[in-house]
Design a protein. Structure first.
Length: 200
């Protein structure tokens, strides 16, 4: 990940799920093994996504991840939501945060595959992504509360932001042999909100 980014640039990162975190990686493999068996399909590599956005004020990182401590303001946290169930979300261990972090870093960005992907070069679009971040939906992580046919998670945040900001997502796909659970949930919700004929 670069320390500087041209104003208007939006870069997408495909990061292997659980890179640098053994428990998350193993949990993801178990989840994918079960869903592949149920769906009668081959297993795929799972990916987590994040954005790097350049505007006139500098470079920002946008990502959703579990809350690690009470210093969210230092990481540019703009919203939080529950993980697993709303009841469990009363405890920090079962909550996630959405970061709009000026000058921040994407953990394990050095392990990203086929990344970064430049998805836009438009200052108004980049600023729109930043402006929208605090208003992203925050349903329960790992559930389909919004009835999209896909769970809501960190990938949903990224795809929601891109569609709402007017970025063409039609050709955005995980690296070959990979899957990004939650990506479709963000697309569906964003397109619902924008109405027919206004989304990509």
């Amino acid at each position: 990940m670069t320390s500087a980014l041209a104003p208007g640039a939006i870069d997408l990162y495909w990061i292997p799920l659980g890179a640098g975190a053994h428990v998350v990686r193993m949990s993801g493999k178990v989840y994918e093994a079960i869903t592949a068996f149920i769906g009668n399909r081959p297993r795929c590599a799972l990916y987590h996504t994040a954005l790097e956005v350049g505007v006139s004020d500098g470079r920002f990182v946008i990502e959703s991840a579990p809350i690690r401590d009470s210093e969210g303001r230092e990481r540019g946290v703009v919203a939080e939501g529950p993980v697993g169930t709303r009841w469990a979300g009363r405890f920090r261990l079962f909550r996630y945060e959405i970061r709009r972090w000026r000058g921040g870093s994407i953990p394990d960005a050095n392990e990203a595959v086929s990344s970064p992907v430049r998805v836009a070069n438009d200052l108004a679009c980049a600023q729109c992504v930043l402006d929208l971040a605090p208003s992203v939906p925050t349903p329960v992580w790992g559930r389909d509360e919004l009835h999209t046919g896909d769970m809501w998670n960190s990938n949903s945040l990224i795809s929601w932001l891109l569609v709402r900001a007017g970025v063409d997502t039609q050709d955005l796909q995980p690296p070959p042999g990979g899957r990004a659970p939650g990506w479709d949930a963000g697309l569906v919700v964003a397109r619902r909100e924008m109405g027919p004929g206004r989304s990509r």
